[in-house]
Write a protein that binds this ligand. Structure first.
Ligand SMILES: Nc1nc2c(ncn2[C@@H]2O[C@H](COP(=O)(O)OP(=O)(O)OP(=O)(O)O)[C@@H](O)[C@H]2O)c(=O)[nH]1
Length: 356
């Protein structure tokens, strides 16, 4: 997810650049073509604007594809400008402004391509400078090349730092601050993509709702601060038990957690949910007001194989229905939604009417 956020950021910058390139270069090159230059000179920016427009259209829906093109597009652009500088009769120092390239565009290019880009840029730039320096000195070319490479490397480090910040921010927006599990806002997004993934792969999806028993009494007896630390411990043990790829733990609200897992049948889902419940039991936290004398949890789950008509709300509603049954039946247990008699399945649940 976080990698996805960084890619989306890069693709957005690239698209913004293309939009500006098309909007500015196109009319300018036409004016240049009409009033100032000979057709062959006006043709270069014109062709560039056409190419940018084509790329913009080609990559409009696919950020991954746009990133694949971005590096090569910028390399081409750089070579074009080098060529332009070389054929024009300006002095060498005017090429230095091209050093802004790595700074301006490094956020767009994927990390692996960024290195190729800076090395190729440095080599071509020094080739041009060697050709144009008068008199040609190895030392000044070396200084020029090192300056370029140093600038490129510093830029890469800054960009990497910036990407790490974006990743950190993206992580914060999907994490519950107390328990470090994913938060409820992220649940809907993950559920929608997991439904699609499981549907495509012909896998079952299991939704588990787990709630700590008698937590109000716990808070009243031991205080909210200790309650908070118990919530942290519960979350940690849930996350330790749900570690396979495709397992997700969310804090659904208060002392209620939602866990997603895939690829399990009903029996395996039962065992997995029991494992989660027992991991909380095994924390061995006293709750003297509870009939169980220690901290326990109840859970309900729904394992779905037919995902074609399924909505996220239905999944949550039915898993919560099973949790409600577990509470009614005495708590400290697991209930499978499929075991609820059909006539009772549509009964009132705590989730009905609340947004999923
Ligand atoms: N310490 C702490 N308590 C919380 C937090 N969020 C919710 N709670 C408490 O969790 C308790 C939930 O109480 P109830 O919904 O009545 O449920 P319960 O007492 O666990 O009873 P059952 O679920 O029916 O077993 C309330 O006292 C909330 O104040 C939190 O972040 N920290």
């Amino acid at each position: 997810m976080t990698r996805y956020s960084v890619e989306r950021f890069r693709a957005a910058v690239f698209h913004m650049y293309l939009r500006v390139a098309v909007a500015v270069t196109f009319p300018l090159s036409v004016l240049y073509f009409l009033f100032v230059a000979t057709p062959d000179k006006g043709g270069v920016p014109f062709a560039f604007a056409l190419f940018a427009a084509w790329l913009k259209w080609r990559t409009r829906h696919d950020s991954e594809e746009s990133l694949r093109y971005a590096g090569w597009f910028l390399l081409m652009l750089m070579c074009l400008m080098l060529y332009g500088t070389y054929v024009s009769n300006e002095k060498l120092h005017q090429e230095v402004w091209m050093m802004i390239f790595p700074i301006a565009f490094a956020p767009i290019v994927a990390e692996r391509e960024r290195i190729i880009w800076i090395v190729v840029g440095a080599l071509s730039l020094s080739a041009v400078s060697m050709l144009r320096l008068e008199p040609l000195t190895l030392m000044s070319t070396f200084v020029f090349l090192s300056a370029y490479l140093t600038l490129g490397l510093i830029t890469m480090m800054l960009v990497r730092h910036n990407e790490q910040n974006i990743e950190r921010l993206a992580h914060l927006t999907i994490t519950d601050p107390l328990t470090r599990t994913f938060n409820r806002g992220y649940l809907k997004e993950v559920m929608a993509s997991e439904i699609n993934r499981c549907r495509r792969g012909g896998q079952a999806l299991t939704v588990i709702m787990l709630d700590i028993d008698h937590f109000k009494m716990f808070n009243d007896t031991y205080g909210h601060l200790f309650g908070d630390s118990v919530l942290e411990q519960v979350a940690e043990s849930l996350m330790k038990s749900a570690q396979r790829a495709g397992d997700y733990v969310f804090r659904y609200g208060g002392e209620e957690f939602c866990i997603l897992t895939s690829g399990l049948d009903r029996d395996e889902s039962w065992q997995f949910t029991e494992k989660l419940r027992l991991s909380i039991y095994a924390l061995n936290i006293e709750n003297r007001q509870s009939p169980h004398r220690r901290l326990t949890a109840s859970a309900g789950f729904w394992c779905v194989t037919e995902l074609d008509e399924i909505t996220t709300s239905a999944l949550l509603l039915n898993a919560d229905n099973a949790l409600y049954r577990a509470k009614e039946a005495g708590r400290d247990r697991v209930v499978d939604f499929e075991d609820i008699p059909t006539a009772e399945k549509t009964g009132s649940t705590r989730l009905q009417g609340s947004p999923a």
